[in-house]
Ligand binder design. Structure first.
Ligand code: HEC
Length: 279
């Protein structure tokens, strides 16, 4: 069994809604969490998180810590996220990505169901990670170390412009600028459900005395601030770096987050990781 010890909490939380391969979709296109029970519960799963439906979500968050190669670090999308670019990206997405990542970018496309790790909820990743990370991951894929996933390297298949266009589209999916096309299948990105999943995750961690209630509360509120800041940056179309490396320190500098809350945010993340809660 592959031990995945560094899954990042945030992505996991969001991707947990994309967990059950056959989860029903309600009238709003949102997955019904109660029935989204994982069938891939792990034996190294100390507190039964697998039963919370995280099976399909495991495995991609750890990559957000991977150092971005020099050739990609700092790149920002040169193509404005206008209607044309998003339309072009939408076509590429429907043809090449939706089958694994799902129509809504929730990681729940039909061809992704059997992959381990499962396809990432890239609609969410696109709000959390910088252009450089995204472009790197799309261009180079993840067939080799350190990823060893089913993600195809698109660098030799799609032109650079096509890759930037498709990222504009994925980001538009993630911030609600565009609605998913009905194509391959899968739920729409749903922020509220993601938040609910986070709550459940933290409650489980508190119950298992991995973190204290206070830490969970600080984490949850710090998380909202971080998330809003990431969305803002996206909305302004500016280039953005990673959450941990850029946004968190920026928020502290701006006085939006205390250093102590930022520290707790990272500590909670590490504690959950160490406890294997995020495998
Ligand atoms: C064969 C299935 C498959 C297809 C097709 C596919 N992907 Fe992926 N992709 C994956 C898997 C599996 C992962 C998760 C593991 C990982 O992060 O490497 C992934 C990861 C990613 C990531 C990194 C996400 C993160 O949170 O780190 C991005 C970005 C991405 N894919 C974009 C795309 C785009 C854009 C396309 C279409 C051009 C695409 N993928 C097509 C399987 C696929």
């Amino acid at each position: 069994m592959k031990k995945i010890s560094t899954l990042m909490l945030l992505l996991l939380l969001w991707t947990m809604t994309a967990c059950a391969p056959e989860a029903p979709v309600n009238d709003n296109g949102a997955m019904e969490i109660e029935t989204a029970v994982s069938t891939t519960s792990s034996t190294t799963d100390p507190v039964g998180m697998g039963q919370m439906g995280q099976g399909r979500g495991r495995g991609m968050g750890k990559f957000h810590h991977a150092p971005i190669p020099e050739a990609y670090a700092g790149l920002t999308n040169p193509i404005p996220a206008d209607e044309e670019s998003i339309a072009r990206g939408g076509e590429t997405y429907a043809t090449h990505c939706a089958t694994c990542h799902g129509d809504g970018g929730m990681g729940d496309g039909p061809s992704g169901a059997s992959l381990d790790p499962s396809p990432a909820a890239i609609a969410h990743t696109s709000q959390m990670m910088g252009d450089d990370y995204l472009f790197w991951r799309v261009s180079e894929g993840g067939l080799d170390d350190p990823f060893n996933t089913g993600m195809i390297p698109w660098g030799g298949i799609l032109t650079e412009d096509q890759r930037w266009d498709v990222l504009n589209y994925v980001q538009a999916l993630g911030n609600g600028q565009t609605m998913p096309a009905h194509n391959a299948g899968g739920a729409a990105f749903d922020e509220e459900e993601m938040a609910q999943q986070q709550e459940e995750m933290l409650a489980t961690a508190v119950a298992a005395t991995i973190i204290t209630e206070d830490q969970a509360a600080v984490f949850a509120s710090a998380h909202k601030i971080v998330d809003a800041a990431m969305m803002d940056k996206r909305g302004n179309g500016g280039g953005m770096g990673g959450m941990m490396t850029d946004t968190l320190p920026e928020l502290v500098t701006a006085g939006d987050l205390t250093q102590s809350d930022a520290d707790t945010f990272l500590l909670v993340h590490d504690l959950l990781e160490e406890a294997g809660l995020m495998n």
